[in-house]
Design a binder for this molecule. Structure first.
Ligand code: ATP
Ligand code: MG
Length: 435
């Protein structure tokens, strides 16, 4: 049986009226209305209506059509007929239907969107959930988002690197690590490429980026945390925190623009009209952020407190668009962020925020070996475990800065998706490691 892609038509238009084409896909819907039968064929580009006029159709074709089950894979050869009422503006009058692989009934979930499935059911049957046009659209947009990220960073002179995910030391200390057995010793899944991308600054690569998994063992149960997330990370030499903030805001704008331009059908499927943010984003100092919170919330924050989820929401609502929070108290940011020379209680760290949540954290980094050593110690960590990292600071490392941007958070806020699990194919959370 013929099934190779090169032998059939991938894109049919109403202008092809009268031509004979071959289409392959899944049987999305079957409607038998007495004198006429409709099959809706679905592929990743959309839907095509197959119309069988029972009086004139070849009885063999009708017999095959009648025996079809939903979600079976078929190849249909037929004549294109322009038909304004059909999806795509045409229908196909079949000459031949080949059943390539039948689907069993009942299906584990509905693919037409007529019956709402619970998130858990959809995730348990993700292969089938992805057949739903809405789900498929999300992942097409994710593809466009990541390809725009790569494109932008490459244009800015960044080189893509890959760093290990199995590591011997925590990036930031603390307990939020997944331990693994590594031969006869213990290792961990890396929570961030931070230390490795900094090593490449000592390596003279100047501007690097990585798009890869980060593992966080916190027992979150929120709509914006995963235990395995995708981080878009950059690190750049001879740049300060303000330089990399400009790269970050321009990247966000670029990604929105390219998605709006290139993912038109997917955005339409989701019913989304993207509002492209404008750069530069507002900059609030941490002090100003605290003030906004304290004037607009019942929850009072003191200088030195981290921003709670509620504070992020209150400040986000007040600002109403993407913004930065800069100049954080040194003590609540990691040891590798660079304090201001004239005011060491404040550090050159920033968060980039969407009104709903944090999207990115970044900073100028400490590049002085002795200061870094001391800061690791001051945070209660053992510098011995960081020797592989500290070593690179003894032999010439330029001043440098960088950030990490959560890919899922960028996507979920762009598409106004409520739950982060909806923008990951196979989410990993406290309760889910399979599929
Ligand atoms: P939060 O305070 O929101 O939990 P964080 O400050 O712990 O985030 P960072 O260590 O600053 O996170 O990581 C940089 C970015 O990576 C975050 O701004 C976020 O976009 C993303 N990120 C971090 N942890 C997670 C997670 N568990 N799930 C999804 N994305 C995450
Ligand atoms: Mg952060």
């Amino acid at each position: 049986m013929e099934f190779r892609r090169t032998h059939y038509t991938s894109h049919v238009t109403p202008e092809m009226n009268g031509q004979t084409v071959k289409l392959a896909g899944w049987v999305h819907e079957i409607r038998d209305l007495g004198g006429i039968m409709f099959l809706v064929l679905r592929d990743r580009e959309g839907m095509a209506q197959i119309t069988l006029f029972k009086k004139t159709i070849d009885p063999e074709v009708l017999k095959t059509a009648k025996a079809l089950s939903r979600e079976s894979v078929v190849l249909v050869e037929g004549d294109v007929k322009a038909e304004a009422k059909a999806p795509g503006g045409y229908e196909l009058v079949p000459i031949k239907i080949d059943l390539l692989n039948p689907a069993k009934s009942p299906l584990p979930m509905d693919t037409t969107g007529k019956v709402d499935a619970e998130l858990d059911t959809r995730l348990d049957n993700r292969f089938m959930d992805v057949r739903r046009p809405r789900t498929q659209a999300v992942f097409h947009i994710r593809h466009h988002m990541l390809s725009a990220v790569r494109e932008f960073l490459e244009q800015e002179g960044f080189i893509e690197i890959n760093t290990p995910k199995v590591v011997a030391t925590a990036t930031e200390g603390g307990t939020a690590l997944f331990p693994i057995t590594y031969f006869d010793t213990e290792a961990f899944l890396n929570q961030s490429p931070q230390l490795f991308k900094q090593l490449m600054m000592s390596g003279g690569m100047d501007k690097v980026f990585e798009i890869g998994p980060i593992f966080r063992a916190e027992e979150h149960d929120t709509r914006r945390h995963l235990n395995e997330a995708t981080s878009i990370d950059i690190e750049a030499s001879f740049m300060d925190h303000e330089d990399v903030m400009v790269i970050l805001e321009n990247l966000v704008v670029y990604v929105y623009e390219k998605v709006a331009e290139r993912a038109v059908p997917s955005l339409k499927t989701l019913g989304i009209e993207l509002t492209i943010p404008t750069a530069p984003f507002k900059r609030l100092t941490y002090d100003e952020a605290i003030e906004v919170n304290n004037e607009n919330s019942k929850e009072f924050l003191e200088w030195g407190d981290d921003l709670s989820t509620n504070a992020e929401k209150v400040i986000g609502k007040f600002i109403g668009e993407h913004y930065f929070i800069t100049d954080w108290p040194t003590e609540i940011k990691p040891y590798y962020t660079q304090p201001y020379e004239d005011k060491p209680t404040v550090t050159k760290a920033f968060d980039m925020m969407h009104p709903r949540m944090e999207l990115s954290s970044g900073a100028q980094r400490v590049h002085d070996h002795d200061m870094l050593h001391k800061r690791i110690q001051d945070q209660g960590l053992n510098p011995d475990g960081f020797e592989f990292y500290l070593k690179a600071f003894r032999y010439g490392i330029p001043p440098h800065s960088g950030w990490g941007l959560g890919a899922e958070r960028l996507l979920m806020t762009m598409l106004d998706v409520d739950n982060i699990r909806d923008v990951v194919l196979f989410p990993r959370d406290r309760k889910r490691v399979s599929p």
